[in-house]
Design a protein around this ligand. Sequence first.
Ligand code: PML
Length: 254
Amino acid sequence: MRASKTVVSRQSSVVSRKGSHQAIHISGAEGLYKTSEINKIIKDYVLRAMNHPKGKPDKVVITIEKVNREPLAIPLLSFSTVHCSSPAEARKTIVMLLSDAGISRKAILKALRVVTGRTAMRGAAMMLSGSAGRVEPDKNRGIRVSRLGIDKGFRRSLSGSLARKGINTATVKEAIILASKVASCRGVIAELCVSDDPDYTTGYIASKELGYVRIPNIKKKGSFSGGRVFFVDEKADVRKIIEYLEKTPVVVGK
Ligand code: PML
């Protein structure tokens, strides 16, 4: 599901331009579902699109696509929350966790500029973990992680664990599923995410080793900046990583 709104004036989370009109991304969601679940999920997506803090969309596109490959089963990342009371404290935590994960200072600082910039990217940036080179083929489009779902039993148990912490929301669940797919990709070392939703100030760092680490107060309320950065090995096969993240169907359930 992709919900957007066309505006005339220049704004921060621009995804496309046509004359002076710009399509502002409002919300997006996707998953892998059984045919029998489609009706319910369409209703959920429409409700979500129409009730978003970023405003009312004037266009909601729902695409249903048959997946012809058997999805790969991947593990669910463990999750935790660190204490952070301000964006400055969050920044220190990010630098510390990503340094421990083996990301160079140069790459961390450049990634922080990506996720705090005035214009949030729709897709994710991909960055070499040492030299900080940007390797996604299209800097405007970025990388769009797609074809990901979760086994019903795992969803139930994830919902239960999140509910016990008071964070059982679609946003958190979808972010953990996406981070689990990204972390399961060979060549990806870590991910940094800041939501571009102005009302949502919790972000995360994720990796196979760290799990999914939630970082509250990663940005100031009201800020439209945000985005994702995937840090990849200097010698990684970027084409293979993109193929996996965008095209290979995976289901969390291992
Ligand atoms: C997004 O999809 O906008 C990012 C959501 C990050 C969720 C962080 C969390 O609360 O765990």
